[in-house]
Design a protein around this ligand. Structure first.
Ligand SMILES: C[S@@+](CC[C@H](N)C(=O)[O-])C[C@H]1O[C@@H](n2cnc3c(N)ncnc32)[C@H](O)[C@@H]1O
Length: 227
């Protein structure tokens, strides 16, 4: 039996190929469900096999396969970079691009990526990012998500606050022709955001890549060609 991050043990008994997790004294029902989902998630296994730090790497890969926003990019900002899956994808597909990432959480070093452990909402964060990049960005990625509290409307507003700040940053700093790709949460305020992006970018699309879990309210906006 293997040890789990929650201090319990994983039973390898499977039902029709699906790994089941025994409940353990110190594990809540929620963490048992999380663990079961991780163990049975093909993207988690694929991420481990391909050396990616997160299954989120495949969301970016799938979005890029569809929209090709990484083509020709030379200066990339990754907002909400931890643990680093998206930055790894950028490095693999655009090895010569300058890449700068920021997160509230510490991130293990990624070769060729300058990392800031700080709040993107801090007043000095936008300037630090563009100074570190050494030029105006031609691609801004945001996978930032606020910690959820379980109240749908509150969670939506908190994450959309981050998305709006990222969109403002993109509109102000992207070089002409630059692209902005961001996670959003469905509900209420996303129409306003699309309106703002449509007036500042040539093409605005939204998509839910296959790697984004079906039950989740997240979707992604892809805004290409800063006017
Ligand atoms: C879904 S994770 C990003 C996963 C990442 N794209 C990857 O591929 O590994 C969202 C991240 O947003 C970060 N975040 C949330 N609010 C933030 C803020 N105000 N400033 C910087 N990062 C923030 C969280 O700490 C979290 O690590």
């Amino acid at each position: 039996m293997a040890k789990t991050p929650f201090g319990g043990k994983i039973s390898n008994r499977s039902v029709a190929g699906k790994q089941r997790v025994k409940t353990a004294k110190r594990r809540t029902a929620q963490s048992t469900r999380w663990l079961e989902r991780q163990l049975n998630d093909p993207y988690v296994q694929k991420a481990q096999a391909e050396g990616y730090r997160s299954r989120a790497a495949f969301k970016l890969t799938e979005l890029n396969d569809k929209f090709h926003f990484l083509d020709g990019r030379k200066a990339v900002v990754d907002l909400g970079v931890a643990p680093g899956g998206w930055a790894q994808v950028v490095r693999r597909l655009r090895p010569k691009a300058a890449v700068v990432g920021i997160d509230l959480l510490p991130v293990d070093p990624i070769e060729g990526v300058t990392l800031f452990e700080m709040d993107f909402m801090a007043d000095d964060a936008p300037d630090l990012l563009t100074d570190a990049l050494g030029s105006a960005p031609d691609l801004i990625l945001s996978d930032m998500a606020a910690n959820t509290v379980g109240h749908k409307q509150t969670d939506h507003l908190r994450t959309m606050g981050l998305v709006e700040a990222a969109a403002d940053f993109a509109i102000q700093t992207l070089m002409p022709g630059g692209h902005f790709v961001s996670k959003c949460f469905a509900g209420g305020t996303d129409g306003e955001l699309l309106k703002l992006l449509k007036s500042n970018f040539t093409v605005v699309k939204h998509a839910k890549p296959p790697a984004s879990r079906k039950g989740s309210v997240e979707w992604y906006v892809v805004a290409m060609g800063r006017k």
